[in-house]
Design a binder for this molecule. Structure first.
Ligand code: PMP
Length: 383
């Protein structure tokens, strides 16, 4: 759309042309069920497996370690429920560690498991928006089955000490008879602008989503390290190696694969652009707005969190929209709830301050004029 500054890429990015093309080709030419044994079914299977390879390459996983899901929400549910539920079913005590910065698909899932008997520790971040690796490690107990940490916050963009947590877990359980907890990383936002993958962070479980990287909505993947056993949450025909039954979303997966390949080859250039656009956007803020996260704190460059003291974020976002600027008041998944973001509150902000925080998020299609439009529109709204 002409004259629209789309700065809500962390909620959903536009589709990459490569992804649109791949989806059309799959839906149009390979409509057969990829599980059918006839020639057309096998042709559909072949392209699906090619896409799996592309997604695996982005995830730093073997193709056999990729489980396609309906999105990151389902991937996070599968990671958590798949580990916790069998232990609860067997009547065993079970504990999990996570952080207050997680996406609702992680936190709410753990809370649902708590009602069934899970013991849960939620580690709080510092006022800089980062959890301390030691706080996460200190929370681990003998019966901890899973440690789940978001790599980059979708709301405030801060990067979490994933490598330090991995190293700490390894050190703590080295030479021990105790069962090492599985390490789950929600990397949905991190992979957009960080060269991070399942191999580099040695995650056991690793979540990504197609519609944050220029692919379609409704497709995601959970990387499951070889040897890790998960109880499926969807039972049926035993697709995806039994981890996730249901005919694969073949066109969606084709778009996911193409987006993953495009991201892999273009990410370094895109990140360099995000860094410049972020600077430009911040330089254009009016006096009534300032960055929420202090300079020097590690963040993904594509997510900019801005505090507008004394104002309500929903109101600002609606007025920005009238000016043609699409931004967000916290996480899109929770917008409309009128509640202050629990992630922003976790930084120590009171309710009113937390409700004054807006998010601008860049994507592969963002341009300088979008960054300029944001500051220009905000100037009209804020004194
Ligand atoms: N985790 C994070 C960090 C996210 O940003 C999102 C999307 N807002 C999700 C999980 C859920 O992704 P999906 O929309 O694919 O279910």
């Amino acid at each position: 759309m002409e004259n629209i500054a789309y700065l809500d890429n962390a909620a959903s990015s536009p589709m990459r042309p490569e992804a649109l093309e791949a989806m059309f080709a799959q839906a149009n030419g390979h409509y057969a069920n990829p599980s059918s044994i006839h020639a057309l079914g096998q042709a559909a299977r072949k392209t699906l497996e090619k896409s799996r390879g592309e997604v695996a390459a982005l995830m730093g996983a073997d193709a056999s370690e990729v489980v396609f899901t309906s999105g990151a929400t389902e991937a996070n549910n599968l990671a958590i429920r798949g580990v916790i539920e069998p232990i609860l079913d067997a009547g065993g005590p079970v504990h999990a560690v996570t952080t207050a910065l997680e996406h609702a698909s992680v936190l709410k899932t753990f809370e649902a498991m708590e009602k069934r008997g899970l013991s849960l520790t939620v580690v709080q971040p510092g006022s800089d928006g980062i959890v301390r690796a030691d706080d996460v490690l200190d929370a681990v107990r003998d019966e901890t089955a899973i440690v789940s940490v978001i790599a980059a916050s979708n709301e405030i963009g801060t990067l979490q000490p994933i490598e330090a947590i991995r190293k700490g877990l390894d050190a703590r359980f080295r030479g021990s008879d105790m069962k090492k907890p599985l390490f789950h990383v929600d990397a949905v936002q991190a992979v957009v602008s960080v060269e991070m993958d399942m191999r580099s962070v040695r995650a056991d479980l690793f979540t990504i989503s197609a519609h944050k990287i220029g692919g379609p909505k409704g497709v995601g993947a959970l990387g499951v390290r070889k040897g890790v056993k998960l109880a499926p949450i969807l039972t049926g025909g035993g697709h995806e190696g039994g981890a996730r039954s249901g005919t694969e979303n073949a066109a969606g997966i084709a778009g996911f694969g193409a987006a993953a390949s495009a991201l892999r080859s273009k990410r370094a250039d895109e990140v360099a652009r995000y860094v410049g656009l972020r600077k430009r956007l911040l330089a254009g803020l009016p006096p009534g707005a300032h960055p929420l996260i202090a300079e020097g704190v590690p963040v993904v460059p594509h997510i900019v969190s801005i505090e507008c003291p004394g104002k309500e974020n929903d109101w600002i976002v609606l007025l920005l929209s009238r000016e043609g600027v699409m931004a967000a008041a916290g996480s899109a998944c929770k917008s409309g709830s009128r509640e202050a973001s629990s992630v922003v509150r976790a930084l120590g902000l009171d309710d009113a301050r937390a409700r004054s925080v807006i998010r601008a998020s860049l994507g592969f299609a963002s341009e300088e004029k979008d960054a300029d439009a944001f500051g220009g529109a905000l100037k009209k709204i804020l004194p």
